[in-house]
Write a protein that binds this ligand. Sequence first.
Ligand SMILES: [Fe+2]
Ligand SMILES: [Fe+2]
Length: 173
Amino acid sequence: MGLATKDLIQEHEVIRKALNILSNAVNQIDKQNINRDLLLDLVEFFKIFADKCHHGKEEQYLFEAMVSKGFSKESGPIAVMLSEHTLGRSFVRNMAEALREEGDSSINKFKENALQYIDLLNQHIDKENNILFVMADRVIMDEEQEELYKQYVKFENENIGEQKIDVKNKLNI
Ligand SMILES: [Fe+2]
Ligand SMILES: [Fe+2]
């Protein structure tokens, strides 16, 4: 496994932990037990860690490197991954919106979007770990993986900084 794909696989494990916390929180909602602070922390985590940082690195660096090796961006696996990132973003946006609204319908809105997001992202992670990143490792050699990793670090320092750690710490993951 290359350095650049390994870094993303490690982030997948952190994202999965947050998805499990979200799944438990959604089950608690059924028992009328709503921990709004936790739900806000979760939404913040998915916005910053999962989307801005993790999907940012995939979209701007790894996928682009694959495109430069001949993979299509308009069809096939990369196109599917990109459309799933977009769909996931809309679920997170709806969850955030639901938390700003009042009443039973907002609770249902949160729940429906959370359940779809959990399902989507778990399957998305499986596809990347087992298919897409295996393809990436076949065409992107060690030296280039190291170069990509350096770009990830620069991207994180310039765009995310301490927030990446903060959103993780709030969830104790
Ligand atoms: Fe992805
Ligand atoms: Fe990913």
